[in-house]
Design a protein around this ligand. Structure first.
Ligand code: ATP
Length: 300
């Protein structure tokens, strides 16, 4: 549904995005992760047809984003990273203006979104907080019931309750067959909504992966407490990657093969064992940490 092929935008200062290729399937929620300046907004602006690529292409529903920008924008809902409003309007006046531009006659969806996000829509935008403005942006993006939704940091400024409402909305939209591309700095939000995620670093994609696969192929951390201090010697002799946390407690990191762990623990008196799968944030940090390049090579 959304596709970029070797999309490249080289700004005069040498920055930009380079050879970015990915595809978001119909009905999929796809996450786009990367720190400030990695190239998320630049990629999204190509999808909206706002800028010309230096080379490569972007398309939505088979239509080239640059040559069919007007048609694509009719199908699309978009929340930009920085929303430009008419500050003197109230929320209602702004939403009415967008509705007229889009030719929306039925206010039902707008009203239910306003209620869902508890927006005081008769307040002047100039007097709204960042979070309130973000709600206006979200309502404006969703109120024409678009098939494809592109969200650049959609919940920045929203409180945790509103972030939860947003996650629920995304999951409802997905179940209605919508295709969604979303950048975010909030890992839980991506984890709770997206099936796949692209990670971008210095303008280049370093991974496009299924979130579950990313988590299972990487590490699991076991925290184990022993009944006997002597069990520490068994762990030490096992060759497992471990860190001693207390006189009878260790943290063991395993990736892939669990046989050695199981065999070793069978020889010990285990009184408690907790397992933690890496969080999306930890996985992400591996791409950006000092070992980042190694893992990029391993996975991509
Ligand atoms: N118009 C421009 N002219 C020159 N350089 C630009 C321009 N727009 C963006 N850049 C540079 O291109 C790179 C990618 O920027 P982009 O805004 O796409 O990143 P981002 O991942 O969206 O970051 P953020 O999370 O801060 O929004 C950055 O180094 C940025 O400084």
């Amino acid at each position: 549904m959304i596709q970029t092929k070797s999309l490249t935008k080289k700004y005069a200062n040498g920055k930009g995005i380079f050879d970015v290729s990915f595809q978001v399937n119909h009905g999929e929620v796809f996450g786009f992760l990367g720190p400030n300046g990695a190239g998320k907004t630049t990629t999204m602006r190509h999808l909206l047809g706002f800028i010309n690529p230096t080379s490569g292409s972007a398309s939505i529903a088979g239509l080239d984003c640059r040559t069919n920008a007007a048609e694509i924008q009719r199908k699309l809902g978009y929340v930009p990273g920085e929303i430009a409003f008419f500050d003197n309007m109230t929320g209602n006046q702004f939403l009415k203006f967008i509705a007229e531009m889009r030719g929306i006659h039925n206010k039902k969806l707008q009203d239910s979104l306003t209620e869902r996000f508890e927006l005081e829509s008769d307040r002047k935008i100039r007097k709204m907080s960042k979070g309130m403005k973000q709600k206006v942006g979200l309502i404006a993006a969703f109120m024409h019931d678009p098939e494809v939704i592109i969200l650049d940091e959609p919940t920045s400024g929203l409180d945790p309750l509103m972030q939860k409402k947003f996650v629920d909305l995304i999951n409802e939209e997905r179940s209605r067959g919508k295709t969604i591309l979303m950048s975010s700095h909030i890992f839980d939000e991506i984890d709770n909504t997206c099936e796949r995620v692209a990670i971008i670093r210095d303008g280049r994609l370093v991974a496009v992966e299924n979130i579950t696969t990313l988590k299972t192929t990487l590490q699991k951390r076991f925290t184990i407490t022993f009944g006997n201090e002597q069990d520490m010697a068994t762990i030490n002799a096992s060759g497992l990657n471990y860190e001693k946390k207390d006189r009878n407690k260790v943290e063991i990191v395993v990736s892939g093969d669990y046989n050695n762990l199981v065999k070793t623990l069978a020889e010990c008196n285990v009184i408690s064992m907790d397992a933690a799968t890496q969080s999306l944030e930890e996985i992400f940090m591996r791409y950006y940490g000092k070992e980042g390049n190694k893992h990029v090579m391993d996975i991509v």
